[in-house]
Design a protein around this ligand. Structure first.
Ligand code: ASP
Ligand code: MG
Length: 419
């Protein structure tokens, strides 16, 4: 079996969905499992719904309406008959969502978030499945929540591999074209969970692992894994072959093309991962597989914008030692800051981190009781793998360098824009 993942950008409108159909015609669709994300920016739009719901905002109705309108337009563009069953099916999903919002009593933001945001994937897969049937491409729609079991860490759920393996082996039929949702799972009580933003790649890896798949292909709007994000760098180069190790490093430092959790399960079973263009499906793209000699010699540039640089120093000039550091890390972990760089000197300790869940101000209040806390918001973290003499210069132009750290293969630079 092959696992294909199509992300939001590939199904952002009717043309995109028709293109997915065309891709399958070209590359084959027997014994394939499709993992599909919410359409376009639907996840962001549903995040607004959740926020409006908790803010008791008068805008709630219209933010729900916007999501409906967007999908209805796609339906009208895809299906000629107005009474095609898909209209009722999608309508029913929206009704369920609205009913949840009316009846919910839970004050737990992350719980509500997962129950609501998950509708994006349920709707997208319903539409794609109906559309393929409409075009004569028979397929099996699978509710991923019945297969991928997780704990109840809403918005960042941890997979229960044992249960998931059992469910997938038992329920996914080989030889078919199967369609399921990325990003979602369910907890012990069958409440919906999500695996973290952009988690659909990870879903593809979970299925590939459990099915001993032949390969995973992530279909993107770029030709493959590039050595730099073309949104921020000119002259990005396609990397034809990279090792799991290199891909894990790139993803860890923030290359957004592959979700970081995706690679480990694939590497464990040596399942190759292809990253290919859904616009040119027959081009080879990038192959991520085993083999140390696949490391690219080209410098790879990764940027993370909107980071925090936090420096802690002791109030009394005492050293910052292991016990302080372990306490600091316990707090960083508790407040779910994603740390990307660490630097310390005798009396100060700095981290560059992502405040993914908006917890920094609460954390700062706690840290301030023990340390002098200084920080810069909105800094950029550049990571250059396989850097050369010229590499640093390309990222520090017109910027102030706040931290620079160099190891054998990797250079990291924290910058802020010059005023
Ligand atoms: N729809 C989810 C998101 O936008 C998951 C994904 O696209 O991978 O984060
Ligand atoms: Mg997406």
């Amino acid at each position: 079996m092959k696992v294909f993942k199509f992300g939001g950008a590939s199904v952002k409108d009717a043309g995109g969905i028709k293109n997915v159909y065309d891709v399958l015609q070209k590359v084959g669709h027997d014994d394939v499992l499709l993992v599909i994300s919410a359409m376009g920016k639907t996840t962001n739009a549903l995040e607004v719904v959740v926020k409006d719901y908790f803010d008791k905002s008068a805008g709630l109705q219209s933010s729900v309406q916007e999501v409906k309108k967007y999908h209805n337009q796609i339906l009208m563009d895809l299906f000629e008959e107005e009474n095609h069953a898909v209209f009722a099916a999608v309508n029913k999903i929206f009704t369920d969502m609205e009913q949840f919002l009316r009846q919910n009593k839970s004050p737990n933001y992350n719980f509500v978030y997962d129950q609501v945001v998950s509708y994006g994937e349920i709707i997208s897969t319903t539409i794609v499945s109906h559309y393929f049937n409409y075009r004569g491409l028979k397929n099996q729609w699978i509710d991923v929540r019945e297969l991928v079991k997780t704990d109840n860490t809403y918005r960042d759920a941890v997979v229960n591999w044992e249960l998931t393996q059992k469910n997938i082996s038992k329920n996914v039929k080989k030889k078919n074209l199967n369609i399921t949702q990325g990003f979602l799972g369910s907890d012990e009580n069958n409440f919906t969970t999500t695996l973290g933003r952009e988690g659909s790649d990870y879903t593809a890896a979970i299925f590939a692992y459990c099915l001993n798949a032949e390969s995973v292909t992530i279909w993107k709007d770029v030709p493959g894994v590039l050595n730099a994000d073309p949104r921020y760098f000119d002259n990005a180069i396609l990397l034809h072959q990279i090792s799991y190790r290199e891909a894990i490093e790139l993803a860890f430092y923030g290359a957004t093309v592959i979700h970081p959790k995706t690679l480990q399960p694939l590497q464990r079973k040596e399942i190759p991962l292809y990253v290919k263009s859904f616009l040119n499906p027959l081009l080879p793209g990038t192959c991520v597989s085993k083999g140390a000699d696949l490391e690219p010699q080209t410098p790879c540039f990764i940027v993370k914008k909107n980071q925090l640089l936090v420096s802690l120093s002791s109030l009394d000039f005492s050293f910052i030692m292991e016990e302080n550091i372990s306490e600091i890390f316990a707090l960083l972990h508790k407040y779910r800051m994603k740390v990307h760089l660490i630097q310390n000197s005798a009396i100060s300790f700095s981290v560059c981190a992502d405040d993914k869940f908006g917890n920094f101000h609460a954390l700062k209040a706690l840290l301030s009781k023990k340390f002098k806390v200084t920080y810069n918001e909105n800094v950029s973290l550049y990571t250059i793998r396989h850097f050369n003499d010229k590499s640093a210069g390309t990222v520090t132009k017109n910027k102030e360098v706040l931290v620079r750290q160099v190891s054998r293969e990797t250079m990291q630079i924290v910058t802020r824009d010059l005023q």
